[in-house]
Design a protein. Structure first.
Length: 182
């Protein structure tokens, strides 16, 4: 919920769209602890505090957190996040010289290439994981071939405890094979 709050650092100045930390966390889908962590790491700065001492953030803080949240799955470090945020902050400065803007755009292109490389590596890892899951499903199907039951359940003649399956909460089967020592 966006509210109007007094900026305690400048009495009489009222900030529009000032959000408390809980509102920011909810808006971006992060925990309070995570928002505080990014603030402690220097990636996020509150714009002020309420009379009660609660941190206040603006829409720019929300945008920063959303960017951080998108960088995290690609494996960017805090220092890399900080560096990219600095480039973006500087590019937003209307008083930037033309030469500096060219330099920063080139750095931003480098970040885009790095993000593409990280995404490609993540896609490759996802492909390996998908192959693994497909292989497991194949194992399930092959294990059904030796069963009398079409659902892969052991035949009635199997001794209790020989099925290798352990019951788990929710009716799931334990995927860990508990073999007994000879």
């Amino acid at each position: 919920m966006s509210t109007i709050r007094r900026d305690e650092s400048h009495p009489g100045l009222i900030r529009r769209n000032a959000l408390q930390i809980g509102e920011v966390a909810e808006r971006v889908g992060l925990s309070l602890r995570t928002v505080r962590y990014y603030e402690e790491a220097g990636l996020l700065v509150p714009t002020g505090r309420t009379p009660g001492g609660f941190r206040l953030y603006d829409d720019d803080a929300v945008d920063r957190l959303l960017l951080i949240k998108r960088m995290k799955p690609l494996g960017f470090t805090l220092e890399e996040m900080r560096s990219l945020l600095t480039v973006r902050d500087e590019l937003a400065d209307p008083g930037l010289t033309a030469q500096r803007r060219v330099e920063l755009r080139e750095r931003l292109r480098t970040w885009a290439v790095l993000a593409e490389q990280k995404l490609a590596a993540l896609r490759e890892q996802a492909g390996v994981a998908e192959d693994f899951v497909v292989g497991l499903h194949g194992d399930v199907e092959r294990s059904r071939a030796g069963s009398d039951d079409p659902h892969g359940q052991p035949s009635q003649s199997a001794q209790p405890g020989q099925s290798g399956q352990q019951g788990l909460p929710g009716g799931h089967q334990n995927p860990v094979d508990h073999q007994q020592a000879p």
